[in-house]
Design a binder for this molecule. Structure first.
Ligand SMILES: Nc1nc2c(ncn2[C@@H]2O[C@H](COP(=O)(O)OP(=O)(O)OP(=O)(O)O)[C@@H](O)[C@H]2O)c(=O)[nH]1
Ligand SMILES: [Mg+2]
Length: 308
């Protein structure tokens, strides 16, 4: 537990320098709360990838709250900002679980964002929770992709459904669903090839995969998890928009939160897309994945101690 928080805190150092430290500097040198201060705060948030929508909302709320509470010392704005950020991030959104049979998660995203690694870490965690897990190598595009999932499968001791490289991913998914039901597993996690959100034929393939899952198991997939790379900033929001159009994305996995200067993206995603961030990744190790908690994120970002 402590290890994860330390990693998150350490990983958000660049975002802290780029965001929280600048806010601190602003409120320290400016004693008075005035328009110029709000403009400066706005600029800091925008360049920290908080995004236009979340930034506008935060500034408007700071402005009206400062007035309402009759604040006049700029240093009082910092606590207010943290609490308003907490309101945007909201309460934790747990992963959906199917109590009637196997739970199915479909994992999607652009190339290299961390899909396969997320699946490996999720498999590791689920095995630790005594769940029976099955993986599906739905990325048939490259032989190396299947091998990479095989490594995770043997590392975590879970079975893998795979076909040859170059085969139809929909056929792998079909087999995997049958196997999941027949073997009575608790969780089936389906990997998919990285695809550019702008390539419509690849997005159509995703729709096909999803149709097959729902046809073979009504109610599934129970989560469509879109993995985003936290180091990409605003482009991640655009990716999410297009994936959301192509297929119902139910949750975001924000990978690579270790070492990003653009951690403000968490706020942009929540405010602009309304899709909950469900998991965060802070590295390539087994234990480097956790359910997203807005409170934990803010504590790490603001450089506080673990809350508990
Ligand atoms: N630092 C860090 N690296 C990560 C994290 N997640 C994944 N990676 C690394 O990012 C690279 C890509 O990860 P993959 O899991 O292969 O990404 P992918 O989305 O499956 O990639 P494609 O299948 O090629 O589209 C690998 O080198 C991973 O080890 C993370 O949370 N933190
Ligand atoms: Mg992959």
């Amino acid at each position: 537990m402590v290890a994860f928080f330390s990693k998150l805190k350490e990983g958000l150092t660049k975002t802290r320098n780029n965001f929280v430290d600048k806010v601190n500097q602003l409120v320290a040198v400016t004693r008075k709360i005035d328009e110029e201060l709000f403009e400066d705060l706005e600029a800091v948030m925008l360049q920290a990838d908080v995004g236009v929508a979340a930034t506008s909302r935060l500034i408007a709320e700071l402005r009206s709250e400062a007035k309402k509470q009759g604040l006049n010392d700029a240093s009082q704005l910092k606590g207010l900002l943290r609490s308003k950020m907490g309101d945007i991030l909201g309460v934790q959104a747990p992963l959906q679980i199917n109590s009637q049979g196997p739970t199915v998660y479909l994992v999607v995203g652009v190339n290299g964002v961390g899909k396969t690694t997320t699946i490996g870490k999720l498999a590791y965690r689920s095995v630790k929770e005594k769940k029976r897990v099955l993986l599906a190598a739905g990325d048939t595009f490259r032989a190396a992709a299947i091998e990479q999932l095989e490594v995770w499968s043997s590392r975590t001791g879970v079975d893998l459904v795979k076909h040859q490289a170059g085969s139809d991913p929909a056929a792998v998914v079909y087999d995997a669903i049958q196997a999941a039901v027949k073997r009575g597993v608790d969780l089936l996690i389906i990997d998919t090839a990285g695809r550019l959100h702008t390539k419509s034929n690849l997005m159509e393939e995703l729709r096909k995969i999803r149709r097959i899952i729902s046809r073979e198991m009504p109610g599934a997939p129970h989560e469509v998890l879109l993995v985003l790379d936290a180091t990409t900033g605003q482009n991640a929001v655009r990716q999410a928009e297009l994936f959301k159009e192509a297929t119902e994305v139910t949750g975001i996995v924000l990978a690579k939160l270790d070492g990003t200067a653009k951690g403000g993206i968490v706020l942009a995603i929540k405010e602009e897309l309304g899709i909950p961030v469900k998991l965060v990744g802070v590295g390539e190790g087994n234990e480097d994945l956790r359910d997203f908690s807005g409170e934990e994120f803010l504590a790490a970002l603001f450089g506080e101690e673990e809350t508990g």
